[in-house]
Write a new protein. Structure first.
Length: 218
C-alpha cells in the first residue's frame, strides 16, 4: 500500500494563472481541486494513506476531515522541500513504505486510474513518474521502499525526473491522473473528463461554461 504525499500552497497564493477565470472564488477553487484529489486518492485500492503538506489552516482542517494526515510545511522552502519533508515524516515510523508525491490539482482524478499507475510503479524498483498531459511536467513521482523520493517538480520536470534515473510510466487510459490544472484551458479539459463534486460545486465560472456536470462516481 502506497503512502501518498500531496503538497498544497497557502490558498491565497495558489493557482494564480487561473485568476482571470476564477476571480474571487480562486482560493476556494484551489481547495476544491485538493479535496477532489485527496478524496480520489483515499478511495484508491493501492493507497494506504494520504499526507498533505500545507501551512494553510483552512485547507488543513478540511483535508484532515476527509481522512488525510496533515503536516506543517516546516522547511518553508518551496515545493520540492515540502515533498521531501513529507516523505521523511511518513517514513519516520514506517521506513519501508513506498511513497509517492501527487499533485494537488487533479480534480478529475479517478481512483481506478491512479491504482493502475501505482501498480505500474510497483512493477519495478527505484523511482518512477507519470508525466502531465502536456508531456512537460510531472503529476506523480513514486519511490519504492528504501529509495529516496528526490523530487524535482516545477516547470519541465519530466525531463529532470528522467535525467535523475526515474522510470517513466507510459500507460494509456489514465488521463485523469495526468490532467493537472494550471490554466482555464486545463480546467476545461478536466471538466470534459468529469470532475469531483467539490470542483463541480463551483461551476460554471464566468469564462468556463457548459462543463459543470460531475461524474456520478466522483
Amino acid at each position: 500500500m502506497w503512502s501518498l504525499i500531496v503538497p498544497l500552497k497557502p490558498l491565497a497564493l495558489a493557482k494564480s494563472r487561473l485568476a482571470s477565470a476564477a476571480g474571487p472564488v480562486l482560493p476556494g477553487l484551489a481547495l476544491a481541486f485538493a479535496k477532489d484529489t485527496v478524496t480520489a486518492a483515499l478511495n484508491c485500492r493501492a493507497v494506504g494513506s494520504v499526507t498533505v503538506v500545507t501551512d494553510d489552516p483552512l485547507a488543513g482542517a478540511q483535508l484532515a476531515a476527509l481522512g488525510a494526515r496533515v503536516v506543517a510545511d516546516t522547511p518553508a522552502a518551496g515545493l520540492n522541500a515540502a515533498l521531501a519533508h513529507g516523505a521523511l515524516w511518513v517514513r519516520r515510523d514506517r521506513p519501508d513504505t513506498p511513497v509517492a508525491a501527487l499533485n494537488a490539482d487533479l480534480p478529475a482524478l479517478r481512483p481506478a486510474e491512479l491504482a493502475r499507475v501505482l501498480d505500474a510503479a510497483s512493477a519495478g524498483a527505484g523511482r518512477a513518474f507519470l508525466a502531465d498531459a502536456a508531456d512537460l511536467g510531472t503529476t506523480l513521482l513514486c519511490a519504492a521502499p528504501g529509495t529516496a523520493l528526490a523530487p524535482a517538480f516545477g516547470g519541465p520536470s519530466r525531463a529532470r525526473h528522467r535525467a535523475s534515473g526515474a522510470r517513466e510510466i507510459t500507460l494509456t487510459g489514465v488521463d485523469s491522473a495526468r490532467r493537472d490544472v494550471d490554466t482555464a484551458d486545463d480546467l476545461r479539459a478536466a471538466l470534459a473528463l468529469g470532475v469531483g463534486r467539490y470542483t463541480a460545486a463551483l461551476m460554471p465560472l464566468p469564462s468556463i461554461a457548459g462543463h459543470s456536470q460531475a461524474l456520478s462516481d466522483k
